[in-house]
Design a protein around this ligand. Structure first.
Ligand code: AMP
Length: 406
């Protein structure tokens, strides 16, 4: 492929503790040149799945660290005809989970920015260190391409004080930066923007609820162009029932698990983040498997589903009251985009609040933004595929464009 085609493209990196998701995308035209994911980084049998120019390959091999994964990824790009070093990339856009109180705009990565992200890593000890490793790998292997950090908390940085503040001792909270930050911000911002576009209405006039239901899940209430509440808090553990995370629980349970059950903090962390949610309830975190099991009469899958829906409805109800008037409710991410039963059950029997789902429209499978409410529903119910990579690429390109212009 000629470098002219990829000139200005952005390489988006989303580095997890043992994984690396990536995509090379042209922010203006939305053309995706290649994408993939490396998993089990650090193991001798790490895998990388790479898709480029219509062909998809999976390779298993040892990848001791993220640097090796990025190096290997660059090799796969080259085999497909793209030399990332000379492709004319405008930026590498990095998803960074926690921006703390410091970062609420996409930010050009400099040594000072790296120091600050490192300093606030204690707020997201499982996530930010991995993001930093991705940043270091990109800076080493693509030294001429600027890196930009796009923060998952940014969209929610100006939550109203009443929504952002936990009712604990103010001195302790202030000293330790304990507040609600919110996550999945890139997705909530992108999807709510797409919803406004789909409805042909100004973003700033709309009252919206966005339900990002993937393996992680979060809800947000957006009023007149700004979020007024969201379900994730200081960490991505609060809120909805998720694939493996508990979501809301009585904080007394944590004390009990430590004091009476004698679990250490790391064990409690693993229990609540990795062994709870749908997985903890029925042994499965993949919604497709849960639906199949439910259809086959499995009681624990049914119970997990009911608990999931109950929590979701609780948040929808709360946000309807907080917003006062609701124009649109939008489902997104793996479950939200694909599981018609979740959408139907989350909004069942709410005709008296102006919500009517059209069963036929809801059952339709599509990758396009669509309306699933009836023509006479007072509230528009939408399904809009999220695209965090594109959103990150656009924001990164904008930062680089404005810094080179200035
Ligand atoms: P995400 O984190 O956005 O990639 O979403 C992952 C979740 O979406 C998993 O629980 C998947 O089971 C679920 N999902 C993906 N496709 C479907 C589908 N066709 N029906 C139900 N759930 C799905």
């Amino acid at each position: 492929m000629s470098a002219a085609a990829t000139a200005g493209a952005v390489l988006v990196l989303n580095a997890g503790s043992s994984s690396l998701k990536y995509q090379l995308v042209q922010p203006d035209t939305e053309e995706v040149f290649a994408e993939g994911i490396a998993e089990r980084i650090g193991d001798h049998d790490a895998s990388i799945t790479h898709e480029q120019a219509g062909s998809k390959t999976t390779e298993i091999r040892a990848m001791p660290d993220h640097l090796a994964a990025v190096e290997f990824m660059m090799g796969l790009f080259a085999e497909g005809g793209i030399d990332l070093g000379t492709a004319g990339l405008s930026a590498v856009g990095h998803r960074v989970v926690h921006g703390g109180r410091t970062f609420y705009e996409p930010t050009l990565i400099t040594p000072e920015v790296i120091s600050e992200i490192t300093r606030i890593s204690s707020l997201a000890p499982l996530h930010n260190p991995a993001n930093l490793i991705g940043i270091a790998a990109a800076r080493e292997l693509l030294p001429d391409v600027p890196s930009v950090g796009v923060f998952d908390t940014a969209f929610f940085h100006a939550l109203p004080d009443a929504a952002a503040t936990y009712a604990i001792d103010r001195g302790v909270a202030d000293l330790h930066a304990i507040r609600r930050y919110g996550f999945h911000g890139t997705s909530h911002e992108y999807v709510s923007g797409q919803a406004a576009e789909f409805l042909g209405r100004p973003y700033d006039d709309l009252h919206q609820i966005v339900l990002h239901l993937g393996n992680g899940a979060s809800a947000s209430a957006i009023s007149d162009g700004a979020p007024i509440d969201t379900s994730m808090g200081m960490t991505p553990l609060e809120g909805l029932v998720m694939g493996t995370r508990s979501g809301d629980l009585d904080p007394g349970i944590v004390l009990h698990l430590n004091r009476v059950v004698h679990l250490g903090v790391d064990q409690i962390d693993t229990l609540l983040n990795k062994q709870s949610g749908l997985k903890g309830l029925c042994g499965e975190n993949d919604f497709r498997t849960i639906t199949e099991k439910m259809d086959a009469g499995d009681e624990s899958a049914r119970r997990a589903y009911d608990i999931y829906i109950n929590r979701l409805r609780k948040y929808i109800g709360a946000y309807m009251i907080q917003l006062g008037r609701v124009d649109a409710i939008t489902f997104t991410a793996g479950v939200g985009e694909n599981a018609a039963s979740v959408r139907a059950d989350a909004l069942a029997d709410l005709e008296m609040y102006g919500i009517r789902i059209d069963a036929e429209r809801n059952a339709l499978r599509s990758r396009e933004p669509r309306r699933i409410s009836t023509a006479d529903s007072a509230i528009d119910v939408l399904v809009i595929p999220t695209n965090e990579e594109l959103a990150i690429a656009r924001q990164a390109a904008e930062v680089v464009g404005s810094s080179s212009a200035g």
